[in-house]
Design a protein around this ligand. Structure first.
Ligand code: HEM
Length: 81
């Protein structure tokens, strides 16, 4: 049976911005991904975007699709406000 994913609020996510806590997390379409292993998200920064937030809208401006998330682990779900 699939394990339930933990839910995190926006403010909990905000602490995982690569500055305040060691984790580097990004939310996309309700799921939170751990991008801490990525060289491209070092210190929480990725081409003028900061980790620790929901970047669903911002992905539309990226030169790549959401397939970039495929190699990263989902660590939780973003709690509805
Ligand atoms: C306009 C801003 C952005 C630029 C110029 C940009 C550029 C890039 C480039 C060049 C790569 C590596 C090559 C590739 O996979 O295509 C990459 C990877 C990635 N991007 Fe972006 N990106 C942008 C915005 C975003 C946003 C908004 C997100 C999150 C929603 C995001 C998430 C990722 C992830 C997770 C990877 C994979 C990192 C890895 O494999 O280590 N990017 N991006």
């Amino acid at each position: 049976m699939a394990e339930e994913l933990s839910e995190y609020s926006k403010s909990q996510l905000a602490l995982r911005n690569g500055q305040d806590k060691p984790q580097i997390w990004v939310a996309y379409r309700g799921f939170i991904y751990d991008v801490g292993e990525s060289r491209l998200w070092k210190n929480g920064m990725h081409y003028e975007h900061w980790a620790g937030q929901d970047l669903t809208e911002e992905l539309q401006e990226a030169p790549h699709s959401a397939s970039v998330f495929s190699k990263f682990q989902i660590v939780g779900k973003l709690k509805d406000p």
